[in-house]
Each structure stands twice: as C-alpha cells, then as structure tokens.
Ligand binder design. Structure first.
Ligand SMILES: Cc1cc2nc3c(=O)[nH]c(=O)nc-3n(C[C@H](O)[C@H](O)[C@H](O)COP(=O)(O)O)c2cc1C
Length: 193
C-alpha cells in the first residue's frame, strides 16, 4: 500500500498580506501529500540560553527525548518534504527561523556524529523547498537560503534542497503581480500546472 507523503510547512511569514506566503501556498497546492503547518509566529520558540542549553545537553546525553523541547526536531524528522517560507529580511530571514533551526538541530534526533566526527542525518526528510521574496535584489549570495541549505545538507544529510524566490518587489513602480506570476510559472514548470 502506498502511504501518503508527509509535508511539513514551516511558515515564517510575519505579515498577514505576505507575498512569500502566497507563493508558498501556491506551491503547496501542487505537492502530493498531507500538509501540516507550523506557524512560527504562533510558537514563541526561545533561543537557547545557559539554563535551556544545560537542560537540553543532559537530556541528549541520556538519550531522553521525551521533553516538549524536542517536539520541533521530532516533527521535522517525521516529514518527507519540508517547505520553508521566509521573507528576505536583513539579507537572510526573520530571527525566528534561526531559533527554529536551533530547536531542530538535536544530536541523536536530526543528526549524529560518526566515529570520524562527521555529522550524519537521521531523519526521513528527502526534500526541502525554501520559498522567499525580497524587496530588492537578492544577488549572488542568497544568505537566507544558502544558510538553510548548508544546515539541511551538511548537518541533516538532506540531498535535495531547492529555492523558489521573487525579488525586487519593493522597488518603486515594480510590477508586483507580474513578478509573482513569473515565480508561479517557474513553480509550474517544476511541479506541473
Ligand atoms: C524587517 C525587514 C527587513 C528587510 N530586509 C530586506 C533586505 O535585507 N533586502 C531586501 O531586498 N528586502 C528586505 N526587506 C523587504 C522584504 O524582503 C520584502 O518586502 C518581502 O517581499 C517581504 O515578504 P512578505 O511579503 O512575505 O512579508 C525587508 C523587510 C523587512 C520588514
């Protein structure tokens, strides 16, 4: 029996009228599977401070992942496809994405180190699709996506990581609808009309 693919939609779009969210929803409609949305705006993920780090390290060394702090890592490794939608902020993404990655990067759940000290992925995730929009040009270094790609590939061992983006949306006189439509057409070419 064919099981339904699990799609995790990590939504880091802050504004209610977010163009990034429009593109992500357009793409999600084309994917085959069951989507679970994680709206980072509603999660209030705290970055690690000394207290939380020490607590976490103790759990990790005991291989006890029952605490609620591990829910994001467990949810992540259980997905087949992860779609991350994040606007281009300050040359990367909203800070909550970094807090989320910190919560997901758990040794023993998302990755472990081999005897040679090389990180190796442990999860199910086969593909990560990153969606972003920018007010100006993103340029050669797409620092938001490049960072997510480095973590997902280097730490979590995911092989297929792609980005769909729309740029120059806030330039005076920009044809916002036209730019978004172009990105939608690119999405159509990859995932079908
Ligand atoms: C806090 C903040 C930081 C931003 N930083 C950049 C930036 O570094 N480069 C850029 O091109 N646009 C920047 N922008 C513009 C956004 O990338 C652009 O408006 C984007 O389309 C917003 O996505 P959204 O419509 O999904 O909210 C920034 C916007 C905000 C609110």
């Amino acid at each position: 029996m064919k099981t339904m693919k699990k799609i995790l939609f990590v939504n880091a779009c802050v504004r209610p009228q977010s163009r990034t969210n429009v593109l992500a929803k357009y793409l999600l409609d084309k994917l085959d599977g069951q989507t679970e949305e994680l709206d980072l705006g509603k999660e209030d993920i705290e970055p690690l401070n000394l207290e939380r780090l020490e607590k976490r390290d103790l759990y990790i060394s005991n291989k006890d992942f029952s605490d609620d702090m591990f829910r994001y890592a467990k949810q992540f490794v259980g997905a087949d496809i992860v779609v991350i939608a994040a606007p281009y902020w300050d040359l990367s993404f909203p800070a909550v994405v970094k807090s989320y990655i910190e919560a997901v990067s758990v040794q023993g759940l998302t990755f472990h180190y081999t005897e040679e000290g090389i990180p190796e992925g442990l999860g199910n995730v086969k593909k990560v699709i990153y969606v972003t929009t920018a007010g100006g040009p993103i340029g050669e270094f797409n620092l938001g996506f490049d960072y997510v790609k480095a973590v997902c590939s280097g730490l979590y061992g995911i092989g297929d990581i792609v980005c769909h983006k729309a740029e120059m949306l806030d330039i005076v006189g920009a044809d916002v609808e036209g730019i978004l439509k172009n990105t939608m057409q690119e999405i159509d070419q990859v995932y079908g009309v």
